[in-house]
Design a protein around this ligand. Structure first.
Ligand SMILES: Cc1cc2nc3c(=O)[nH]c(=O)nc-3n(C[C@H](O)[C@H](O)[C@H](O)COP(=O)(O)OP(=O)(O)OC[C@H]3O[C@@H](n4cnc5c(N)ncnc54)[C@H](O)[C@@H]3O)c2cc1C
Length: 472
């Protein structure tokens, strides 16, 4: 029986990022996927700033940004009238080195991750399916069906279930998947066409009965449409998309390149860890695509677990560190599912109050919110996940910044650059000399540091994922 430190089940974005981080820190992995070929559809489009920050640590952010498309503005249409156009080109200025939102189809995004892994000598074992697993205190034993139908038994120190919404890993560790499914059937369509809403910006159109969003794609004259199909009597096709809204929005579609429908669920697994087995990504949480959070959250799970597995396998920490993965990530997933659920119910609710709010109140409030710097800042931090904190799992400090918070980005000195070591480090903002077993980075004190809550001459211990550990 072969042995591997980590067996990763599933080569979607979550499994790929987990494999990449672990490989970069020198941990051997096997990554398997039951699909014969990599998926070639565009699915999740949005890459947020926190993911790009992790990608900078992994050395691939520039490539992703270059391949992607930074969309400049967000428009709201109500009853076919444009009620707001707001610039989001630099919405996160000063908060993150990536102050924008990137659009990159998931298949192209995955291809970059796959090539990066291959360059490091790791290939995905396709047509290879996890069919069973068991574990004891020392190891996990997994049965995998190979492409020639033989069954191989693998032993692993740990198994990561990145196997998507229908996760077999979740089933095998008896984790529930509480939540429910919305009655509406959603469609996504990648189209070529023309009209005022296919212009490289994001458009959301609301009226009393319909909701439609037009996401820009990099190729001019192309867009992703998202909406709801009400009649579900047969297998829906593009012909079932209500043409009324398209006509009223003056949109002409010349080609439909991809069309798919899906039911939206909101569910979170009852636990993300059982012994040596973990759930990540869609295997642990699924929710409405509003805000483009799903894939980005899976990538966040992968980073959170990767460095902790590295610490344990490199014998720098004991197994108890791994329990913090579930504590930190399940809380975030629950909160996210709750928020996206509320937003989704609001958008899809047919009741008269919701209709009035959507068509009368939102158009008034929306432009004002985007004019307020504090509101733009809050919105960016929430959507981009740069506002994430694990502070409730740490002992409280008397300072504004707390252990567990994401290290604030200090633009003037670019204090995120050293995070590319993927290792623990100490940051000192000021001139106090510190002796430590970790690399120490000194930054000359300035006002930006004070404005962002840092304190002069304190030694901040920074985790490999860029969150604050303890400070003295
Ligand atoms: C039609 C569609 C449109 C979407 N649109 C959006 C969007 O606009 N915005 C957004 O944020 N998200 C969207 N999503 C969701 C997004 O694609 C997922 O959140 C994301 O792919 C999750 O990544 P993951 O790696 O966790 O899981 P997945 O991408 O689902 O990957 C899981 C992998 O595990 C493999 N696998 C499963 N079982 C086994 C097994 N037993 N053994 C081995 N391998 C196994 C599968 O083959 C798959 O490759 C969309 C999804 C779909 C289907």
């Amino acid at each position: 029986m072969s042995h591997i430190p980590i067996l990763i089940t599933g080569a979607g974005p979550t499994g790929l990022v987990l494999a990449l981080w672990l490989t970069k820190i020198g941990i051997k992995v096997r990554i398997i996927d039951k699909a014969e070929e990599k998926v070639t559809t565009s699915r999740a489009l949005v890459i947020h700033a926190r993911t790009l920050e992790f990608y900078r640590q992994l050395g691939i952010a520039d490539h992703i940004v270059e391949m992607g498309f930074r969309f400049p503005a967000l428009n709201l249409w109500v009853n076919q009238v444009r009620t707001a156009q707001v610039s989001i080109a630099d919405i996160g200025k000063g908060v993150s080195p990536f102050s924008y939102i990137i659009i990159l189809p998931q298949d192209q995004h995955e291809m970059i991750l796959i090539k990066e892994l291959e360059a490091l000598g790791v290939s995905i074992e396709r047509n290879t399916e996890l069919i069973d697993l068991e574990q004891n205190e020392q190891k996990v034993t997994a049965q995998i069906r190979l492409s020639n139908n033989d069954v191989e038994t693998i032993s692993a120190d740990f198994l990561a279930g990145c196997d998507g919404a229908r996760s077999i890993v979740r089933e095998k560790i008896n984790a529930g998947f509480e939540g429910s499914t919305y009655p509406h059937l959603f469609y996504v369509a990648d189209v070529a066409g023309r009209g005022p809403v296919i212009n490289g910006e994001l458009h959301v159109s609301l009226d009393k009965s319909e909701f439609m969003a037009f996401f820009p794609l990099k190729q001019p004259g192309h867009a992703r449409l998202i909406g709801v199909i009400r009649d579900e009597n047969k297998t829906p096709t593009w012909d079932d998309v209500n043409p009324r809204l398209l006509q009223e929005m003056n949109v002409t579609i010349t080609n439909v390149n991809w069309f798919s429908t899906y039911h939206v669920h909101h569910r979170v697994a009852s636990h993300f860890q059982k012994g040596r087995v973990f759930l990540l990504g869609d295997a642990g949480h699924i929710h409405s695509p509003l805000g483009g959070q799903g894939m980005n959250t899976g990538i966040g799970d992968a980073v959170n677990l990767a460095w902790k597995l590295g610490e344990v396998l490199n014998k720098k920490s004991d197994l108890s560190l791994l329990t913090t993965y579930e504590a930190e990530r399940i809380g975030f997933a629950r909160q996210l599912v709750q928020t996206t659920d509320r937003a989704f119910r609001f958008i899809s609710n047919d009741g008269p109050v919701a209709q009035t709010v959507r068509t009368k109140i939102v158009p008034i409030i929306f432009p004002w919110i985007f004019k307020l710097q504090i509101a733009r800042h809050f919105l960016f931090q929430s959507l981009s996940q740069t506002g994430i904190t694990y502070r409730k799992h740490f002992i409280k400090s008397a300072q504004k910044l707390q252990p567990g918070d994401r290290l604030p980005w200090i633009e003037s000195v670019d204090n995120f650059k050293p995070l590319q070591s993927l290792d623990w480090q100490i940051h000192v903002y000021g001139d106090r000399a510190v002796k430590a077993k970790y690399e120490v980075h000194y930054f000359s004190w300035n006002k930006e540091m004070q404005d962002k809550g840092l304190q002069k001459n304190i030694a901040y211990l920074i985790r490999p994922d860029g969150h604050l550990g303890f400070f003295t």
